[in-house]
Design a protein around this ligand. Structure first.
Ligand code: TYD
Ligand code: MG
Length: 456
C-alpha cells in the first residue's frame, strides 16, 4: 500500500521533442527553438524513480529457471465457455487483460456477464467511467448478472480506483474504460496518449504487485488500433478483441495472450438478454441459408484453429453506371477485385463490366485466403444463374494464375462439414494428396479454378 501511495504525485514536465528544452507548463510553441506543438508532457526523471512499466522487475538476482515457482497455476473462470477458452482457461492471477472493440459492440455487456461468474471467487470491483452506477446496475439486472459480490463505483481518477481496490482487495478489478480514466499527476486530458499509457501502466503494476487480475476495457479507434496506441498492447498480458460486422454475431479473438493460444475464438450473439454463447456457430450461420439460389456457396473457413462453415453470397447484376461496381461485406474488397480479374482471365467467366455484390451471411468477417475459392464460385454461380449443390462445401486459395493452392487445417474443415451433414467437398488437389481423411465426404480435388467451376 505504501508503495502505491508514494508514487501518488509525480511531477511532470513538458519536454520539447525538437531541442529538449523543458517547461513546467504546456506551451503551444517552444520558447527555445520556436517549434510549434513540440512540447510533450512527461514525468520529471528526478521526481520519482520510474517503475518498470510492466511491473515484473522485482529486483531479485538471477536464479535457475527450474527453481522458479509456478504462480499461475490457478485460473479464475468466468463460467462463460467461449470467453474462458479465449483467455486460455480463465483469468490468471496478476494478469492484465485488455478487452477492446468498437463502441457499442458489447464490451461492457460481456464484462458484466463475466464478472457475474468471476465473483464466485470473491468480491469483484467494477470501476465505471463510461456509464453511471444506475445505468450499469440496470444493465446488470437486464442480463441477469446482478450479484451481491459485484461492487461498483463510478470513478475516473485512477488513483482513487486503486485506493478502492487496495481497500477492498477484490478477486478481480475491472476498469471500463481506459479512455475515461486519468491520473491527476498529468495535466493532459483523459483519453490522451500520455494519460492512457500512464493509467494502464498503473493498473498493470497493481495487478503484478497484488496478484489481482485486472480487466481493462478500451475502445478501438477508426484506424483499427486500440486508442492509446500500441504501447498499451505491450503493457498488458492479453489483448482480447470483440468484433462485429453489423449483424448479431460477435467474435472474440485473442490478438495477444501470454497465458494461452491466440488461435482460439469465441462466438457470441447479441440478444435481448446480453451476449449469448454460440457453441455451434456453423449451424447458426447456416440456419437461414438460401438453398437452391444461384450465388450461394458454403465455405469451410477456419478462424484461428476453429473450423467455421459460413455461407458466402454473390450477386452479379447489370451495371447501373458505365462501369462495374463492387460491394463487399465481410470479405476484403481488394480480394474480390482480384478474384474477378482471375475469373475473367483464367476461368472464362468475365463479369468485369457488371455490378458485383459479395456478402458473408450473419455479418461476420472472414479474412483467410481459403475462402477465395468460395467467393469465386459464388460469383460464377450467380453470373451463370446456376445454383451450387446445397450439400457441397469448398475451400482453397486462388492464385493469380488461376491455380488452387493448399490451405491449412484441411482435416478439421472436412470434419466440421461432415458433422453438419454435408456430403461433398471441393478442395485443393495438394491438400487432397496429403490428408488422411476420415470424414466420409466425397472429395473433389481441383488444381485450377476453371476445373472447380466445371463442377458447379
Ligand atoms: P455495450 O456492452 O454497451 O457496448 P460497448 O461497451 O462495447 O460500447 O453494448 C451496447 C449495445 O448492445 C447497445 O447498442 C445495445 C445492445 N444490447 C443488446 O442488444 N442487448 C443487451 O442485452 C444489451 C445489454 C445491450
Ligand atoms: Mg461500454
Amino acid at each position: 500500500m505504501a508503495k502505491i501511495r508514494a508514487m501518488k504525485a509525480p511531477k511532470s514536465v513538458h519536454v520539447c521533442q525538437q531541442c529538449g528544452h523543458e517547461e513546467t507548463k504546456w506551451l503551444g510553441r517552444c520558447p527555445a527553438c520556436q517549434e510549434w506543438n513540440s512540447l510533450v508532457e512527461q514525468f520529471a526523471e528526478v521526481a520519482m524513480p520510474r517503475p518498470s512499466s510492466s511491473g515484473v522487475a522485482v529486483g531479485e538476482g538471477p536464479q535457475s529457471i527450474t527453481s522458479v515457482v509456478e504462480i499461475h497455476g490457478t485460473r479464475l473462470v468466468a463460467g462463460i465457455g467461449e470467453l474462458d477458452r479465449v483467455l486460455g482457461g480463465g483469468l490468471v492471477a496478476g494478469s492484465a487483460v485488455l478487452l477492446g472493440g468498437d463502441p457499442g459492440v458489447g464490451k461492457s455487456t460481456l464484462l458484466i456477464q463475466a464478472l457475474a461468474g468471476l465473483c464466485a471467487s470473491g468480491t469483484v470491483l467494477y470501476a465505471t467511467g463510461e456509464e453511471s452506477v444506475a445505468q450499469t446496475a440496470m444493465r446488470a439486472r437486464r442480463v441477469g448478472a446482478a450479484r451481491d459480490a459485484i461492487s461498483i463505483v463510478a470513478e475516473t481518477d485512477v488513483e482513487k480506483i486503486l485506493a478502492h481496490a487496495i481497500a477492498a482487495r477484490p478477486a478481480v478489478l475491472a476498469v471500463d474504460s481506459i479512455q475515461t480514466v486519468y491520473t491527476p499527476a498529468l495535466d493532459s486530458i483523459p483519453g490522451s496518449l500520455a494519460q492512457v499509457r500512464e493509467c494502464a501502466s498503473r493498473l498493470v503494476q497493481f495487478a503484478k504487485t497484488t496478484g489481482t487480475p485486472v480487466v481493462i476495457v478500451g475502445h478501438v479507434t477508426k484506424d483499427g488500433g486500440l486508442a492509446g496506441p500500441k504501447t498499451l498492447e505491450h503493457l498488458v498480458d492479453a489483448v482480447l478483441q470483440l468484433e462485429g460486422d453489423g449483424g448479431p454475431y460477435r467474435i472474440l479473438r485473442a490478438h495477444k495472450n501470454r497465458f494461452g493460444s491466440t488461435q482460439e475464438i469465441g462466438v457470441f450473439e447479441m440478444v435481448g438478454a446480453g451476449m449469448a454463447e454460440v457453441t455451434n456457430p456453423s449451424a447458426h450461420l447456416l440456419a437461414e441459408r438460401a438453398i437452391g439460389a444461384p450465388g450461394s456457396v458454403v465455405v469451410a473457413s477456419a478462424d484461428g484453429a476453429r473450423p467455421l462453415l459460413v455461407e458466402i453470397q454473390a450477386l452479379v447484376a447489370p451495371a447501373v453506371a458505365t462501369f462495374g461496381r463492387r460491394t463487399a461485406a465481410g470479405v476484403d474488397s481488394n480480394r474480390v477485385a482480384l478474384l474477378l480479374a482471375v475469373l475473367a482471365q483464367r476461368a472464362a467467366c468475365d463479369v468485369l463490366d457488371r455490378d458485383v455484390f459479395v456478402n458473408v451471411a450473419g455479418g461476420i468477417r472472414l479474412a483467410e485466403p481459403a475462402i477465395d475459392l468460395g467467393i469465386a464460385c459464388a460469383i460464377a454461380s450467380s453470373a451463370r444463374g446456376r445454383a451450387i449443390d446445397a450439400r457441397t462445401v469448398m475451400f482453397g486459395e486462388v492464385g493469380l494464375a488461376g491455380e488452387i493452392r493448399a490451405v491449412t487445417l484441411c482435416e478439421q474443415r472436412l470434419a466440421e462439414a461432415a458433422r453438419l451433414g454435408f456430403e461433398r467437398a471441393i478442395l485443393p488437389a495438394q491438400n487432397a494428396k496429403r490428408i488422411s481423411d476420415r470424414s466420409g465426404l466425397e472429395l473433389i480435388a481441383v488444381d485450377r479454378l476453371q476445373t472447380a467451376i466445371g463442377y458447379l
